[in-house]
Ligand binder design. Structure first.
Ligand SMILES: [Fe+2]
Length: 173
């Protein structure tokens, strides 16, 4: 007969294991990118709730630098490498298009005055583009990429990605 207390303990252990195996089964650089998505998503959600120009002025530059350096780091060190695999070409093309759309949406926010209603509208448009981009990456692009990149390689890519992101950040801030 099974012991209910033991069943609960086993379930809890299963949860712990699932978490340590990575968010949505992602590992290495892909897990790290997904974690960064979560962080910038939380910052954007908070800012989307404010219409205070001062709050926008204070927080948007950091979000902007995060988005641009993440995207450029990804293009330079992750997707450029995936382009070597025939089966990933379609993903790379789609990703490049979306990265371009995101950059244009960032430029649209930049063009608005912090105190205007248009600023809020462009920021919310950018936020929803980021959300759908992130969802596509985590549910489709990254799991597919993990099939061609092994764990050791994924860790090396992570180091190069972080260096590239840091370098880009110095220019965008
Ligand atoms: Fe991306």
């Amino acid at each position: 007969m099974s012991n209910p207390i033991e069943d609960i303990a086993a379930k809890a252990m299963g949860t712990v294991k699932a978490v340590s195996a990575g968010f949505k089964g992602l590992r290495g650089v892909f897990l790290h990118l997904a974690e960064e998505h979560g962080e910038v998503g939380a910052l954007m959600k908070r800012l989307s709730k404010s219409s205070d120009a001062q709050v926008r002025r204070e927080h948007f530059p950091h979000i902007r630098a995060e988005l641009l350096s993440h995207e450029k780091g990804e293009l330079a060190e992750v997707y450029s490498l995936l382009a070597n695999y025939e089966q990933m070409r379609e993903v790379v093309v789609k990703h490049n298009d979306e990265a371009h759309t995101l950059e244009k949406a960032i430029a649209e926010v930049d063009a608005q005055d912090y105190s205007s209603e248009e600023w809020g509208l462009s920021f919310n448009r950018l936020f929803s583009l980021v959300q759908s981009h992130v969802e596509e990456e985590e549910n489709d692009f990254f799991p597919r990429a993990q099939q061609v990149v092994d764990e050791a390689e994924s860790k090396q890519i992570l180091e190069r990605y972080e260096a590239a992101k840091k370098a880009v950040k110095q220019h965008v801030q």
